[in-house]
Write a protein that binds this ligand. Structure first.
Ligand SMILES: Nc1ncnc2c1ncn2[C@@H]1O[C@H](COP(=O)(O)OP(=O)(O)O)[C@@H](O)[C@H]1O
Ligand SMILES: [Mg+2]
Length: 380
């Protein structure tokens, strides 16, 4: 979890660079940097436990936001789209990171059927477009990935972008949700407008529950975001070059209207890794480490029922840390032993089990046992 102080440090650096850009007449850059600084101060403020500091940072955020916006009177073009010119302008790189991620399906252990599902839902329609047209099958639409934390949702989404030839628009939730901007729904509109200007695009919302909660439980500004999302997704019907991919640990918290046909047409459960998957994940991380002969993925995978991929990576890191620490203290460097793994395992708990308890309770409460049956089935 990033700390308030690191956001504040970043914000100060950005503000300084913004001022320098403004002084040298590079207004567009200055504007973009001021808005980024504002966003960082806003994040710093939201995480700051000290009330006084919190207010100061909030004030700074507001100041830099207003100053940045005041520089942006002349319209900047967003990917050549004309329809957003009259609206307050958010520059493309303030909102999204559109470079390709560097993760492929081979970096992800297990999840074979999920990888196949993803190919069918989002890759083949892009790579075999003619076939899909021939059989009058629509591509595009929405896919929601859900499941316990640390089991590969974000990884799968990024890998899917690498595997198909599409622009990847990673929407930063924190930017969309800046409350005091009061214009979050316009940001959503612009994200879709940028996507429409691409040849093919995947719009990815990570931690989707944060932007798309149930409207009955939301404040007004957040309701407007969900309404805008619904409108944009309905408008996508005519455009099969855009796919909306979203990931969440809390699918029950998402507005049910978003799950109606034509919107998120496919829900894909990313499960806790089973024995085979855990073995594959251990193999990925163990291969980089110096190991005693008796340390192998098969043995470790049997000891880690209900541990996530993220847990497994952390277990490997922590086990390596033991002989590393010893060597730093002057002992002879040795390979990592099975015992080191046992030491780590004795104190590290599964991060899936607490999620599972909450998930089952919440799904029961929302009466959606049929929709999220995989979650209920985890219990048995
Ligand atoms: N199936 C997997 N194979 C390899 N590494 C994994 C796997 N699942 C999780 N990890 C590790 O855990 C980290 C967190 O995974 P992530 O995809 O962000 O989880 P989620 O989005 O489901 O919470 C990854 O960066 C990776 O290091
Ligand atoms: Mg994630």
């Amino acid at each position: 979890m990033p700390k308030s102080s690191s956001f504040a440090a970043e914000a100060r650096g950005l503000a300084k660079a913004a001022k320098a850009a403004e002084q040298t007449g590079n207004i567009e850059k200055a504007r973009s940097l001021y808005l980024k600084a504002a966003d960082k101060f806003n994040q710093a403020s939201s995480l700051n436990p000290d009330k006084l500091d919190k207010n100061t940072q909030h004030g700074l955020a507001k100041h830099f936001y207003e100053h940045g916006r005041s520089l942006g009177k002349q319209p900047a073009s967003i990917g050549g789209s004309s329809q957003v010119q009259d609206e307050p302008i958010l520059l493309k790189d303030e909102l999204i990171i559109s470079e390709k991620p560097d993760i492929g399906f081979s970096d992800i252990g297990g999840l074979d059927s999920v990888k196949e599902d993803m190919k069918k839902a989002i890759i083949y329609p892009f790579t075999h477009k003619k076939l899909y047209d021939y059989y009058n099958q629509k591509s595009g639409g929405g896919v929601l990935l859900y499941g316990p934390p640390g089991c590969g949702k974000t990884m799968i989404a990024k890998a899917a972008a690498t595997e198909c030839d599409a622009d990847f628009i990673n929407v930063e939730t924190s930017t969309i949700m800046s409350k005091w901007v009061g214009e979050s729904e316009k940001s959503i509109k612009q994200v879709f407008s940028i996507a429409r200007d691409c040849n093919r695009a995947i719009i990815f919302f990570d931690e989707f529950d944060a932007v798309a909660g149930r409207r009955g439980e939301l404040e007004d500004y957040a309701k407007r975001i969900v309404n805008e999302l619904l409108q944009q997704m309905d408008g996508m019907d005519k455009n099969d070059n855009i796919l909306v991919l979203a990931a969440t640990n809390e699918p029950w918290a998402i507005d049910p209207a978003l799950r109606r046909p034509g919107r998120f047409k496919k829900l894909i459960f990313i499960p806790p890794p089973d024995l085979e998957a855990r073995k594959a994940i251990f193999n990925i991380y163990l291969q980089k480490l110096p190991l005693e002969n008796n340390v192998d993925a098969a043995t470790l995978s049997k000891k880690t029922d209900m541990y996530s991929g993220a847990d497994i990576k952390a277990i490997c890191d922590d086990a390596a840390e033991i002989p590393l620490q010893e060597a730093l203290e002057g002992k002879k460097a040795r390979k990592i032993a099975l015992n080191d793994f046992s030491t780590v395992l004795s104190s590290r708990r599964s991060s899936i089990i607490p999620w599972q308890r909450l998930a089952v309770e919440q799904v029961r409460k929302s009466g959606e046992e049929d929709i999220f049956k995989e979650i209920i089935e985890l219990e048995t």
